[in-house]
Write a protein that binds this ligand. Structure first.
Ligand code: PGA
Length: 252
């Protein structure tokens, strides 16, 4: 049985002050309503310590949205996984399409980060997904296969329990367009089959695959009802407790 895993990616939103207040309100709301999913929020780096003060002994995981591809050294502006670990952050989102699109991260760069995160004992949410042009050109499977093959190159089968994959079609992120539950499920099935081909049936069956791209209270149930959709990576709708709580409690 795969446990549902719902995550909030705050992107470049929320100061430390705002993040602390949000975390207090979210924790209180989750305690009151009860939630039966694995929960995570990913604040910006500088907001993480304030959020951790509130959430560190709670069931809500605090993750980073990115990290450097080196442990230390002359990499101006970067944040090392060791720095995150020292704060108490044990989960990192890697390969988000905004990192790929705006900051030139390739499958190879992301692969290096994934290997480093695993070496440092972190759990990874690895984002994959096609652009509209790729989908319209019939390249969905080709793109996903190479993101998975290259991104996970050198990842040992024994480390796969630390990997979650987030399928985020680029055209559905922040646009209000959601992939239909059927389209998302078929992409998730393809991802699961690819992982089975590269690893084993057992690993593929245990793999948590989140869907991301305009997930909201109004569509989460239909998405989560699909066999291969095991969670959600939520951007915009994770920025208010009012909108995020019904997503976290979709199964209550
Ligand atoms: P969105 O973002 O929910 O605002 O579409 C999802 C994501 O990019 O993780």
């Amino acid at each position: 049985m795969r446990k549902a895993y719902i995550a909030g990616n705050w992107k470049m939103n929320m100061t430390a002050t705002e993040g602390r207040e949000y975390a207090k309100a979210l924790l209180a709301a989750v305690k009151e309503k009860g939630a039966d999913v694995k929960m995570m929020v990913a604040p910006p780096f500088v907001t993480i310590p304030a959020v951790l003060e509130v959430l560190k002994d709670s069931p809500i995981i605090v993750a980073a949205q990115n990290m450097a591809d080196h442990k230390s050294g002359a990499y101006t502006g970067e944040v090392s996984p060791l720095m995150l670990k020292d704060l108490g952050v044990n989960t990192v989102i890697l390969g988000h399409s905004e990192r790929r699109q705006y900051y030139g991260e390739t499958n190879e760069i992301i692969n290096g980060k994934i290997l480093l995160a695993l070496e440092c004992g972190m759990d990874v949410v690895y984002c994959v997904g096609e652009t509209l042009e790729e989908r319209e050109a019939g390249k969905l499977e080709e793109v996903l296969a190479s993101q998975i093959e290259v991104g996970l190159k050198g990842v040992d089968a024994s480390a796969m329990a630390h990997i979650t994959i987030a399928y985020e079609p680029v055209w559905a992120i922040g646009t209000g367009k959601t992939a239909s539950a059927e389209d998302a499920d078929s992409a998730h099935l393809f991802i699961r089959e690819t992982v089975e081909r590269l690893y084993s049936k057992d690993i593929a069956e245990n793999l948590i695959i989140q869907y991301g791209g305009s997930v909201k209270a109004g569509n989460v149930k239909a998405l989560m009802a699909k066999e291969n959709i095991d969670g959600a990576l939520v951007g915009g709708a994770s920025l208010s407790v009012e909108q995020f709580l019904p997503i976290l409690t979709f199964n209550k």
